[in-house]
Design a protein around this ligand. Structure first.
Ligand code: DX5
Ligand code: ZN
Length: 215
């Protein structure tokens, strides 16, 4: 059970300090948005490169961008521990996942709430993680979509059938009141933005979420 706080809800003027607040987390989730794939603009490669130099924990880059085939490998080359592309935007997901792995990152595929998993099940051997979005990508602080839990279970069952170690991540509206149902459905990596950075003690919020996921 791993916790990946999203720095989307952190203070962008003090990112180094904000990373220090979550030193007990397993990952730092970095939401890259390009104002095309999603209606919001956040940060890109130069910021990820800068964070990589100071981060006490590995970076989990979630790319909500068009043309990930072209841009995603650079994030792996910059040293991100995990790079997630949206399958809705990828031209050649197999080739892209292989490029990410050969650049030394874990390769992950994300599914928007309206995107079914079944057509992509065959990609599992190429992947280290599947991200099931539990909000429409684009903004932090949205309400959790419990109707995505069957998809999480479906991915979990497919991973069991295929064998191998593929993590299942949930992202969006994950908090102390929703994390248990995610874990029960089969998720094992939990992104939380507002639930961690909205807390006075971000590290305590990370510990609490991890405990709840394990229970
Ligand atoms: C949404 C992002 C999420 C977001 C989660 O598009 O992918 O990572 O930061 O924020 P919360 O946990 O506040 O829903
Ligand atoms: Zn995200």
């Amino acid at each position: 059970m791993q916790i990946s706080p999203s720095i989307l809800s952190a203070d962008f003027a003090n990112l180094e300090r904000e990373l220090d607040r979550i030193g007990n987390a397993d990952w730092a989730h970095v939401d890259v948005m390009d104002a095309h794939f999603v209606p919001n603009l956040t940060l890109g490669l130069p910021v990820v490169e800068a964070l990589q130099k100071v981060s006490p924990i590995p970076l989990d880059c979630h790319l909500m961008i068009e043309d990930p085939d072209r841009w995603a490998p650079s994030y792996a080359e910059a040293g991100a521990g995990s790079v997630t592309f949206h399958v809705e935007a990828a031209q050649d997901p197999v080739r892209l996942a292989r490029a990410l792995r050969s650049a030394g990152a874990r390769a992950a595929m994300a599914l928007k709430p309206g995107t079914p998993f079944a057509p992509y099940e065959d990609l599992l051997p190429e992947l280290d993680m599947v991200l099931v979005m539990t909000v429409e990508p684009g903004f932090g602080g949205q309400s959790f979509m419990a109707d995505q839990m069957p998809k999480v279970t479906q991915v979990r069952e497919a991973v069991r059938r295929h064998g191998g170690e593929v993590w299942i991540q949930v992202d969006g509206g994950v908090s102390a009141s929703t994390i248990e149902q995610c874990a029960e459905a089969g998720a094992d990596v939990f992104v939380a933005g507002s639930a961690v950075y909205g807390a006075d003690d971000a590290a305590a919020a990370v510990d609490r979420l991890r405990e709840l996921a394990r229970s």
